[in-house]
Ligand binder design. Structure first.
Ligand SMILES: Nc1ncnc2c1ncn2[C@@H]1O[C@H](COP(=O)(O)OP(=O)(O)OP(=O)(O)O)[C@@H](O)[C@H]1O
Length: 510
């Protein structure tokens, strides 16, 4: 059978630095192929070439047996290639139906060929049918995108691809912001699309997801093909070895330190409609994880500690003294640091260099006579490149031209540079590959060893159990359960995320 897609010997360099060297990727109808590799391995670049974002320097793209020349994104769409990026491209103030029909509107053409007026009823009916019949999803298509949760927005993007009759659908880390139940729904939709003969490329750093949903996996390493195998013929260790050239002995290098005195005491903290009566103590050398379903209030609790979310009752006591955190400046003056989860929106300064982004929170270190010393800035950036294994051509490279995972490492390096006493982390390893995750865990461990404290919010329950001392499960804005990470299980975290601890039954193993 002729593959629907065959990318052969694809080559690409940026500023004469090779990023892809003779890379091959094939895809068959009704097949889901996982595309994996370390941060900076070249996955997004390969996909962007397929979608017409970047021109290739060499090699061929063959669709259904015919060589094609994809000049731009419009070309790719005409050829039936659609990408669903993490940052969705929907119009928030328009309805689900209007988004599905964007650029494909139906209605009555006027004498200039413009579609006026639109057949709103007809579009609503068809949009509902696409969602219902093709994706088995029941949504009110007259709702605006801004009114629906992220997971549903992703389904709308997929519906748009399906309606435009895409035969190749590329999903770039689609599960990063999804909860377990939403992931299951997405996987069901992917299986349905596969049964309809669609071909899917699934990019993910989650080995378990790739092993469970993909038929085949292609691994890139440093811009070369490192593995192309059916998932049924390999195991996770094979995948890790192909990605990083060695196996990971212990993904969570947790060291249990004897805790010091109280560093931060949170007493009956409340913020109207967000969370209520939150109390816990963070000790020196302690890592606390806060978990719970999306919207439970966990992020707002963390953000309050960095002056980003106001609270209207309760107390924050830091090293024995009551603290007022009105804004970020207050928090930074008290040596608090915060790594936001939405890297692209709140983290990076895209038009600045990697070095600039690394040092922006610790400017005092790079000043000479009150002027920025580029020499000092570069020296710090170079040290961070080494300490955090950051892949970048030079520290002067624009951060927006770095791979997603490497941008995340720069964010962490930025805040570590401030030498904080308390590190507040929101989804610290989002978009980071398996090897880099372990490096980040090691860095966090070394950091708390110096008597510092970490509070982190993460939707990756394994990581919370793997590196935290204590796990606080928040449900409906309240602390529902506090678990000892050393003895708790994933099932307990999931259970207390959706069930009140007051209703504990024998089914809950706690
Ligand atoms: N526009 C660009 N200009 C210069 N270099 C670039 C550009 N885009 C990507 N690169 C470089 O190409 C390499 C591969 O990046 P790419 O984004 O393809 O990696 P990736 O495998 O998708 O990584 P991640 O898992 O972190 O998203 C990186 O070293 C990156 O810095």
């Amino acid at each position: 059978m002729t593959p629907i897609l065959s990318m052969e010997n694809i080559e690409k360099s940026f500023n004469r630095v090779p990023v892809l060297e003779k890379v091959n990727l094939t895809l068959n109808r009704g097949e889901i192929v996982g595309l994996m590799g370390e941060n900076g391995a070249g996955k997004s670049t390969l996909i962007k070439i397929l979608c017409g974002v970047y021109p290739k320097d060499g090699g061929d793209i063959i669709l259904d047996g015919k060589k094609v020349n994809i000049k731009d994104a419009e070309d790719a769409q005409k050829l039936g290639i659609r990408t669903i990026y993490q940052e969705l491209s929907l119009f928030p103030t328009m309805t689900i139906a209007e988004n599905i029909f964007m650029h494909n509107e139906i209605g009555y053409k006027n004498h200039k060929g413009l579609i006026m007026p639109l057949d709103i009823k007809g579009m609503n009916r068809i949009a509902h049918k696409v969602l219902n019949d093709r994706l088995s999803v029941d949504l009110d298509v007259t709702r605006r995108i801004e009114e629906i949760p992220l997971a549903q927005r992703q389904l709308v993007e997929i519906a748009r691809a399906v309606y435009s009759d895409a035969s190749i659908i590329i999903m770039d880390e689609p599960t990063t912001t999804l909860e377990t139940k939403e992931k299951e729904q997405l996987f069901k939709v992917m299986r349905d699309l596969k049964a309809q003969g669609k071909a899917i490329i699934f990019i993910s750093h989650h080995l378990d997801e790739v092993m469970s949903i993909c038929d085949r996996v292609v691994v890139l390493r440093d811009g070369h093909n490192a593995l192309d195998e059916r998932t049924s013929d390999i195991n996770m260790n094979d995948l890790i070895s192909a990605m990083i050239g060695k196996s990971v002995e212990n993904q969570y290098p947790k060291v249990k330190f004897e805790l010091g005195g109280p560093l931060l005491e949170i007493k009956n903290l409340s913020s109207r409609k967000k969370y209520e009566d939150i109390s816990f103590t963070l000790h020196e050398k302690e890592i606390i994880g806060i978990v719970g379903l999306e919207g439970c209030g966990k992020n707002e609790i963390l953000r309050t500690l960095f002056g980003l979310c106001p609270h209207d009752a309760g107390e924050i006591v830091y090293k024995g003294k009551g603290l007022r955190l009105h804004n970020i400046r207050d928090a930074m003056n008290n040596r608090f640091a915060f790594l936001p989860g939405e890297r692209k929106v709140e983290g990076i300064f895209p038009i600045q260099s990697m070095a600039w982004n690394t040092t922006i929170a610790s400017m005092e270190k790079i000043l000479t006579n009150r002027l920025v010393s580029t020499k000092k800035e570069t020296a710090i950036a170079r040290k961070c490149v080494e300490d955090f294994s950051i892949k970048v051509n030079t520290p002067s490279q624009l951060i927006s031209r770095m791979s997603g995972g490497n941008q995340q490492k720069v964010m962490l390096a930025r805040w570590m540079q401030t030498n904080p006493d308390i590190l507040l982390l929101e989804e610290p390893t989002r978009g980071i590959d398996v090897n880099a995750k372990t490096e980040v865990y090691k860095l966090i461990t070394q950091y708390v060893q110096q008597g510092k404290g970490v509070v982190m919010v993460s939707s990756e329950e394994e990581e919370v159990l793997g590196i935290c001392d204590k796990v606080i499960v928040v449900r409906n804005g309240k602390i529902n359960k506090v678990l000892d990470a050393a003895s708790a299980s994933l099932e307990e975290i999931k259970y207390y995320s959706v069930n009140d601890s007051a209703d504990d039954t024998e089914g809950a193993s706690c």
